[in-house]
Design a binder for this molecule. Structure first.
Ligand SMILES: [Zn+2]
Length: 377
């Protein structure tokens, strides 16, 4: 996101000519210096089609007969944010250290009190700095997943470097925790032209870095199905944009924590009504402060007051929706199938915890949901 990009390039190609690179996708580098309004259709279409949302993946029923799924995630970045930028001042590092020293423990206690499993995306350097914390995540029944080596920015890397760092990060998490990570979230949700290919090559079961839907979906590469499950995120459901500030920046966006609670309650309530997924991305060094942890506590109380909520790790959620990849039609439509009677879980994946309310077998009609097929053309 460089503000230096000049839009005033001299015309180098006629927009009315050409079919791009001739490669069929038209994302060739020969247009890198050509302003976008001069790109032929093959170029702008090629960029859009490179990584795209395929069909929505919602199972006909959530496991354990639940009405909606809740997937909580915590990016345990800690000191890696300043380190990534080569910022080594003790002052900045201490802000990250807070996440390990105070935030993570508070988060874990809260999750335990609610019986809620979560996914911790942890940069490998963070896991090496705090190995006991990484092992505690796994030991308390949570998932640990890849979040880069040192929270690097993938779009600044060459493809080989990016792949080497992701591979090394996964191996490091495995060495520290004894658990093989099955999922990945790119640091800062920064997704390069090489990221998807790398994720597929390294055999991850899901990604959680993209934002094309509220519900899980299959990722397409140039119109082709990849079999990769995307558990989408969004800045709306992330604590960092609301609470973090740059001491020397001109802008200091800051939202009252209780206002953020209202936003996230609204997000959950709508997901619950639609029978979908409520996914949240938090950071121990951000949400772990006293006046902000209130938000998470009251949010979990609010969710816990609803019947039939399935708390799942991202891996468990990906497994539950993955079955739809093998079915000829998407599992959920707004048809009568959703008003059915038997609300037993389809598979006994046994994942997660049904929310605090009882009567998970109640015959509650499933709400009609949107699940339009978004097939490639
Ligand atoms: Zn992060």
């Amino acid at each position: 996101m460089s503000a230096q990009d000049s839009p005033a390039q001299p015309p180098a190609a006629s927009p009315s000519t050409g079919t791009g690179t001739g490669s069929g996708t038209g994302t060739g580098t020969e247009y890198a210096d050509v302003p976008s309004w001069q790109w032929p259709e093959s170029v702008w279409r090629g960029h859009v089609e490179a990584v795209r949302a395929g069909r929505t993946l919602l199972p006909p029923r959530w496991p354990q007969g639940a009405r909606a799924a809740v997937a909580l995630s915590f990016d345990s970045d800690h000191e890696t944010i300043p380190l990534r930028d080569g910022e080594t001042s003790p002052g900045l590092l201490a802000q990250g250290e807070y996440g390990a020293r105070k935030g993570a423990g508070r988060v874990l206690e809260l999750l335990e009190r609610h019986g809620a499993p979560a996914t911790f995306f942890m940069p490998a350097v963070s896991a090496l700095l705090h190995p006991d914390e990484a092992r505690r995540y796994v030991g308390e029944g949570h998932e640990i997943a890849v979040h880069g080596w040192i929270h690097e920015r993938n779009t600044l890397l060459g493809a080989d470097d990016e792949k080497a760092l992701i591979r090394r990060a996964r191996e490091t998490l495995s060495d520290v925790t004894g658990r093989e990570a099955t999922g990945i979230r790119t640091p800062s949700w920064d997704f390069s032209d090489s990221t998807l290919e790398t994720i597929l090559e390294l055999g991850f079961r899901y990604d959680s870095s993209l934002m094309a839907d509220d519900e899980p979906y299959e990722v397409l590469a140039n119109g082709r199905a990849t079999g990769l499950v995307e558990i989408p995120v969004d800045w709306i459901r992330d604590d960092a944009p609301y609470f973090t500030m740059d001491r020397f920046g001109a802008l200091r966006p800051y939202t009252r924590p209780r206002d953020v609670l209202e936003i996230w309650k609204d997000e959950f309530d709508a997901a619950y009504r639609e029978g979908g997924v409520f996914q949240l991305t938090l950071h121990p060094h951000v949400i772990g402060h006293r006046s902000r942890l209130v938000v998470l506590r009251e949010l979990l109380d609010h969710i816990g007051g609803h019947r039939d909520v399935w708390f799942a790790t991202h891996d468990q959620l990906a497994a539950a929706v993955r079955e739809q990849l093998d079915s000829p039609e998407p599992g959920r439509s707004s048809g009568p199938e959703n008003s059915g009677s038997a609300l037993h879980g389809p598979d006994g994946t046994g994942a997660g915890t049904v929310g605090s309310a009882s009567a998970s077998t109640e015959n509650r009609p499933r709400p009609a949901t949107h699940a339009p097929t978004e097939q490639p053309r």
